[in-house]
Design a protein around this ligand. Structure first.
Ligand SMILES: [Zn+2]
Length: 60
């Protein structure tokens, strides 16, 4: 039986499965966001190790 990974979002704007590759945590703060071609791009920074990632979300 395959393992099902449950992800419970704590914030509405937190994409599921976003994990810091540096320390493995899921705590990010948003530096800024911008809209590109109908999508929302968020620049995030890990609260623990400071690694930065950007996420792209389709805007409905
Ligand atoms: Zn981190």
């Amino acid at each position: 039986m395959p393992r099902v990974r449950r992800v419970v979002p704590t914030e509405k704007d937190q994409p599921l499965g976003l994990v810091c590759r540096g320390c493995g945590c899921q705590h990010f703060r948003v530096l800024y966001l911008k809209r590109i071609a109908g999508a929302i791009v968020r620049r995030r920074e890990c609260r623990h190790c400071g690694r930065r990632v950007s996420t792209r979300e389709a805007q409905a």
